[in-house]
Design a protein around this ligand. Structure first.
Ligand code: 4AD
Ligand code: MG
Length: 464
């Protein structure tokens, strides 16, 4: 019997004599007088399977003509040891079925190098390229590793809402969700838009973070994590910002900042080890074609301890660095990406966890330290990327939290349930958020964050 197997599995385990079927898309074809060699890729691995299609087969000429790049095809045949040196086995086709042709004149992906900018304009086809293919498999492996890490440690995966009425970060970078008639919205007597008549009876937004709801769940289930899409209407047209990105947010009851930092480090080590083990061919591709440091970086993450500095120490180092930064360094400054990169890339030459930032530059929920000036916050800064994780111990004391909310100009009423958690069974707790795309970027060495998510959303871009 002929069985269908993914190409990655055939390449790894297929043995000459196996009778099998492959389905996929033609990457390349070389026609000689007696054979055509067709490379078929089904997305399961970087390498495709070489299929030898002999001129003895019926309708060789017309079929061979149709086997152009991009054609969807199905071959049945027998696996044989390959004569060529690029592959161990190849399929000798007995039958071919063309599912869908791709016209050479108009199919935009030809066998040449296309720029990533160009590939973004054909987001519906770019998954068929080597680089985007490798990115998506590594991305998938990262997600699997994340679930494995938390599940093995007894964390409960919770699904936090996408639509919310609260601004977790208090930074005002919210997208409004509405079904009001935008041509003619209801108005209050003061002529403001009357959101009480909107779908949710109030103004609602796309979430910027699942943290507040994760905190709710941590005070019932101890250790939890979220993994979902988050949205930020920040107008940052950079290679590290998306308007829609995925975030992983663990939250732990009975945990302090130290435990939070330790978890973040163990977490990143686990993900890198898992991906190097599962996707060696894709990682080698990134090493050879994208960034010649990715394998050394992965080794370092897995085997070396991260550096740790307090914010105050970091500022002192930046002041001593004799670098001319665009944003001048002084205690109280929010670290900019140039500072983050100096610390991780140049000074530490590895990931560094910076902790205990000034209270003024951090979100309202972070726990005030005994010095009264700093909060129990931590950011993991990675070479080339900068901030990849942001986290903190949360303010679990009711009065302190009320003060922080008010001091940041936010409404206490809006946070009534969040404050309730401090009234009923409050405990020290901590968590962090990992920017999933920044992780994939760091792992693969990809320059632009828009090339590590299948369908990037950024200012001016929502195609596909
Ligand atoms: O530092 P942030 O804003 O932290 C939070 O949202 C916390 N509520 C997390 C928590 O403690 N549970 O965001 C967390 C991470 C950042 O470190 C960064 O990696 C990523 O999310 N991130 C972005 N990634 C892509 N595009 C953007 N616009 C991002 N903004 C933040
Ligand atoms: Mg942050």
């Amino acid at each position: 019997m002929t069985i269908h197997r993914p190409i990655i599995e055939i390449l790894r385990h297929g043995t000459p004599g196996d009778r099998l079927q492959v389905k996929g898309w033609v990457r390349t074809k070389r026609s000689l007088k007696e054979f055509s060699f067709v490379e078929v890729n089904d997305g399961s691995s970087l390498s495709g399977l070489q299929v030898v299609f002999s001129a003895d087969l019926p309708d060789y000429e017309p079929l061979s003509k149709q086997l152009t790049t991009g054609t969807a095809v199905e071959f049945k045949g027998e696996l044989v040891a390959s004569q060529g040196k690029n592959q161990r086995v190849e399929l000798r086709a007995a039958t071919v079925k063309i599912w869908g042709t791709a016209d050479t004149e108009t199919y935009p992906l030809q066998k040449k190098r296309h720029s990533f900018e160009f590939l973004r304009t054909i987001g519906h086809l770019r998954g068929r390229t080597n680089t985007i293919g490798a990115v998506m498999r590594v991305r998938n492996a990262c997600a699997t590793a994340i679930h494995q890490f938390f599940q093995e440690r007894g964390f409960l995966w919770i699904h936090t809402p996408v639509v919310t009425a609260s601004d977790c970060e208090g930074a005002g970078e919210l997208f409004t969700v509405t079904n009001l008639d935008l041509e003619n919205p209801p108005r209050t007597p003061e002529q403001n838009i009357d959101f009480s008549q909107d779908f949710f009876g109030r103004r609602a937004y796309l979430t910027v973070s699942g943290q507040l709801e994760a905190e709710i769940m941590a005070t019932a289930f101890s250790n939890v994590y979220t993994f979902g899409p988050t949205f930020r209407a920040e107008n940052s047209n950079t290679s590290r910002h998306l308007a829609e990105f995925w975030m992983v947010e663990p939250e732990m009851a009975f945990c302090n900042l130290q435990g939070d930092m330790d978890l973040a480090e163990a977490f990143l080590k686990h993900i890198f080890a898992y991906v190097c083990d599962r996707c060696p061919e894709d990682m080698q591709f990134f090493q050879d074609r994208i960034d010649g440091t990715v394998l050394a970086t992965a080794e370092q993450i897995i085997h070396q301890e991260f550096a740790r500095l307090t914010y105050t120490e970091a500022i002192a180092l930046l002041e001593k660095s004799n670098r001319s930064f665009e944003f001048p360094v002084a205690w109280g400054l929010d670290l900019q990406s140039e500072h983050e990169r100096y610390l991780a890339e140049d000074y530490c030459q590895r990931p560094v966890i910076v902790s205990d930032y000034p209270a003024e530059i951090k979100a309202f929920y972070m726990r005030l330290n005994d010095d009264g000036k700093t909060v129990a916050a931590m950011d993991v800064l990675a070479p080339k990327i900068g901030e990849i994780i942001g986290g903190s111990q949360r303010e679990e004391r009711l009065e302190g939290l009320e003060e922080r909310i008010t001091a940041q100009g936010l409404e206490l009423d809006a946070y009534w349930w969040y404050l309730d958690l401090r009234r009923f069974g409050t405990v020290p707790h901590a968590g962090f958020g990992l920017g999933f795309e920044r992780l994939v970027q760091f792992m693969t060495g990809m320059e632009n964050i828009r090339d590590v998510i299948p369908f990037p959303r950024s200012p001016g871009n929502a195609e596909f």
